[in-house]
Design a protein around this ligand. Sequence first.
Ligand code: HEM
Length: 253
Amino acid sequence: MFCLCTGDRKVFIYLQTGGTSNEWEHMSSPQSFFSSTIGKKVVMAVTGFLLIGFVVAHLVGNLQVFLGAEVFNAYAAFLKSIPGPLWIARIGLIVIFVLHLYNAFSLRKIISAARPVDYNKQATVQASAASRYMLHTGVVILLFVIVHLAHFTLGYLQPEHFSKTDALGQHDVYYMLVQGFLNPVYAGFYIFCIVMLGIHLSHGISSMFQTLGFCRPNVKNKLELAAKAIAAGITLGYISIPLAVIANVVTLS
Ligand code: HEM
């Protein structure tokens, strides 16, 4: 059912050398499946897919900042007016995020334990920069999410911009966002982290396609191109927001 030529060269090498061909024979229970290399890759792919769904939905929501304060604040107020679904989505997102992280570190541990002494040098020769730095870019994304929640959701950073309400008495999320990006340190931090997210996604999406079984030779190149295009679209979409504030396209007046 699942494609064995996984997107991650290191896992591929591990599958080739680590004696895991026996895994297939021993994967009779869900527990043994999820603790196998392949099971972990599948969890990474499925959780990655769901996280991309959130990232795209969040981007679409955020791009409404270009429609002005009224529309943007009404959108934010609408989300808060449905606390039930909002909390279900939040808890689901946390569970998905934790599963994605846990399996990433767990896979890395398996790979490190299985690799021959000089493996690192050999394996990285042909691997792309994005694939080599998946764990690094992933950690940057984790730190970004923590800072971002402290900034825009909890108001711990720049609290002076957090408590303002608009003419309708709604939380003035538009004001908070514009003020946030008028600060070059925050704007630079967001742009840097979103570029890291884009690099992570460019490899993550093609790896996901392959793990989920779309790695037929005739479409492989097209899927890799599609993964890069999706990652670039998401990156440019997000970066356009701080850039628009810096360029005075999105303003407070
Ligand atoms: C320019 C980029 C971004 C902007 C302007 C932005 C804006 C916002 C704002 C305004 C909120 C708070 C909404 C509110 O409380 O009303 C928020 C929440 C959040 N953002 Fe972002 N965001 C950006 C990028 C990202 C990225 C790349 C991720 C994930 C990798 C992300 C993940 C989240 C999460 C998890 C929340 C909390 C949602 C909740 O409260 O349930 N954001 N964002």
